[in-house]
Design a protein around this ligand. Sequence first.
Ligand code: ADP
Ligand code: TYD
Length: 202
Amino acid sequence: MRSGSGKLIVFEGIDGSGKTTISRLFFKHLEDNKINTSWFREPSDSKWGKKIRELADKMDSIPINDEFRYFLEDRKWDVENNILPSLKKGEIVILDRYYFSSACYQGARGMDVKMIIDENRKFSPEPDLLFLIDVDIPTAMSRIKSSRVVEAKLFEKESFLLKVRKNYLDLKSDFIKIIDGKRPIDSVLRSVINEFNQFFSQ
Ligand code: ADP
Ligand code: TYD
């Protein structure tokens, strides 16, 4: 499913890979070049997104099907209220996470990855480009350690993220570009800009 004349650029990766940092800088780069751009993140600001953020680290205490459903409902809201309207205006739409997060995270909790993708594709436009910001687990852990995760949960988080990373690397699609996120921020950003320029010069 494609919609409108804009382009959809998705950033994905495990927690601490640098998605938010790089996608914001990329957004600024496009704005500086006078390109109409919007930036959205998932979970979004919908009532479902707020519920997900409230639950945060307690997610493993709710049934996996409920967890999946919250993300799905949040995404429906995001597609309808943010993504499609911006694409219709012809904008470049940058997403910090999209349905590939559901595939890889809820997949790592045992759900079938293909089923998750099929459910989401029923209403979600396909990306034009997806940047998978890939880092190894020790790099991701050292980036998130100080900021977000309580010490006792670190080990659990580490083994979970290992599964999530594997799911990301197993995704196969022409629009996926794997970017080495371990390098300094300016080189990661440069790779993203180069890939983007190459894509749009075709
Ligand atoms: P994500 O959105 O993938 O969880 P963030 O963009 O929030 O990741 O980055 C997590 C932390 O790592 C932040 O403190 C950020 O400044 C830092 N960071 C992001 N990218 C890099 C990088 N390439 N090199 C070093 N530190 C980085
Ligand atoms: P986020 O705030 O983007 O975390 P981070 O900045 O650390 O990458 O996302 C919150 C968490 O929600 C993150 O651990 C990934 C998870 N998530 C899913 O499990 N499924 C989904 O569909 C989405 C969008 C996020």
